[in-house]
Design a binder for this molecule. Structure first.
Ligand code: SF4
Length: 463
């Protein structure tokens, strides 16, 4: 039995029983359910539905910048490894075309409250290219004064002035890929970045007034041990980012080619991973970080924790977020959009992306139109993951159903979770207990009606 905090006692048996292979629910239905019957035309019709209406939700924009200079062997992202920086200019021109097509349907009266640059490596783009990108986005979309502008940063690309330049462009949140500080682990995954590099980047971020600094760690990487990861945690806690994401490495070499370069015999055993995970949780909580959910931690005064306490936390494709009720506009290769009750995803390759835009088409490859039942189930799954309490009366009122009748099968399937102390089922609410928050993905899966159906995806475990 491991005691993580006074109300979080986790046994290994509990982990083995309830830590199932499953989706991370950055969307529901999950992206592996998207299909090609959802076309560019369907996406346009969703963009048009909002046109000219009052009370439209604000916009959140995600831009996928796919280029990286070198390959990290654990990578599961859609990226292009190249040293050819000339490719950026062409990609920027096509992003401009895509923004023009989307913005012409949305109109400039929609306010943008959030922007996130992901990749790939956004800082593969030099200062002039990032300036050009931001000028283009601001030409097409109207940002609120307090908009949240976030950027993923590879510490190896940070030069003198990079962070102040990003701050000048309006970025106020950033996220560093750290993964592990141990030299042997870094060597085994082909990502060499000493602690001093990350330290410097975080110090520069603070000087440039970034409001929230995140660092990503990955456990389960080759050559990792309890001792080595414990040192990584000590170092990162000293660097003191506002948020820490502790991801589980999912080794899926059949699906992600880069991972075939990892020597499998170097991977920690399932038992070692579990011990590393439990030690990491304990260490982060002891250091004063708060558990937000799934793999996310933050300092108590970070807005993510404030949103968790206010029950205004939400999930989107970047994980937990404080902004809700936005239409999400994805731009660039493989970017996902969420407009009204629809999801859509762009083509994965730059050649297909350019072809669609040359033909004046939005580069949509697939998507999903949600039924009323999908929207209801999404609401329940996201509520479980973000605010831990599903109020049945509110669901009955909002969706015109009787919860106990509509979800009688799901309530039965939740019984083992209740018996294990992971949730409580009361006459008016389902509540996730403190230790149940670790397994919330599994209790959410009970409400996922697509899980029994064939999928192209390979899910991972939390631990
Ligand atoms: S982990 Fe990031 S930097 Fe490394 S290859 Fe993948 S996208 Fe590029």
């Amino acid at each position: 039995m491991t005691t993580l905090s006074p109300d979080m006692e986790i046994s290994e048996e509990l982990v083995r029983k309830f830590d199932k292979l499953g989706p991370r629910y950055t969307s529901y239905p999950t992206a592996d359910r998207f299909h090609a019957a959802f076309t560019e035309q369907t996406y346009r019709s969703y963009l048009d539905l909002r046109a000219g209406k009052d009370n439209n939700p604000p916009l959140s924009i995600y831009i996928h910048l796919p280029f990286c200079e070198s390959l990290c062997y654990f990578c599961a992202c859609n990226k292009i490894i190249t040293k050819d920086h000339e490719r950026v200019g062409e990609y920027l021109r096509y992003l401009d075309k895509e923004m023009a097509l989307v913005a012409s349907r949305i109109g400039r009266d929609r306010k943008t409250v959030q922007l996130h640059l992901g990749g790939g490596t956004p800082t593969f783009f030099n200062a002039d290219e990032l300036r050009q990108l931001m000028a283009t986005v601001r030409r097409h979309f109207d940002f609120t004064a307090d908009a949240e502008l976030g950027v993923e940063i590879d510490p190896r690309t940070v030069e003198a002035g990079t962070l102040s330049m990003l701050a000048e462009l309006g970025f106020n949140r950033n996220s560093f890929g750290v993964q592990d500080f141990d030299p042997a682990v870094q060597q085994a995954v082909n990502r060499i970045q000493p602690l001093s590099m990350v330290e410097k980047a975080v110090v520069e971020s603070r000087k440039a007034n970034f409001q929230s600094i995140n660092a990503d760690l990955i456990y389960g990487l080759p050559k990792q041990t309890m001792e080595s990861f414990s040192r990584t945690l000590d170092d990162l806690i000293r660097v003191s980012p506002d948020r820490i994401a502790l991801y589980n490495y999912a080794h899926l070499p059949a699906r992600f080619k880069a991972q075939r370069l990892i020597v499998e015999s170097d991977l920690p055993s399932a038992e070692a991973r579990l011990q590393i995970f439990l030690m990491s949780m304990r260490r982060l909580l002891d250091a004063g970080y708060v558990y937000i959910g799934l793999d996310h931690f933050s300092k108590p005064d970070d807005e993510l924790n404030k949103a968790r306490l206010d029950k205004t936390l939400h999930r989107n494709f970047q994980g937990y977020t404080t902004r809700s009720e936005c239409d999400l506009i994805g731009l660039g290769v493989s970017a996902i959009s969420k407009v009204g009750d629809s999801y859509s995803q762009a083509v994965r390759t730059v050649s297909a992306y350019y072809q669609h835009l040359d033909a004046g088409r939005l580069p949509i490859e697939k998507g999903f139109e949600l039924s009323q039942d999908d929207v209801l189930r999404r609401d329940i799954i996201m509520t479980l993951m973000c605010s831990a309490t599903v109020e049945m009366e509110a669901i009955n009122r909002d969706y015109g159903i009787d919860f106990n009748t509509y979800f009688s099968a799901e309530l039965l399937r939740l019984k083992p979770y209740e018996e294990a102390g992971l949730i409580t089922i009361e006459p008016s609410a389902i509540r996730v207990t403190p230790k149940g928050r670790l397994f919330v993905r599994a209790s959410g899966m009970v409400f996922d009606k697509y899980l029994g159906q064939p999928t192209t995806s390979t899910y991972s475990k939390l631990i």
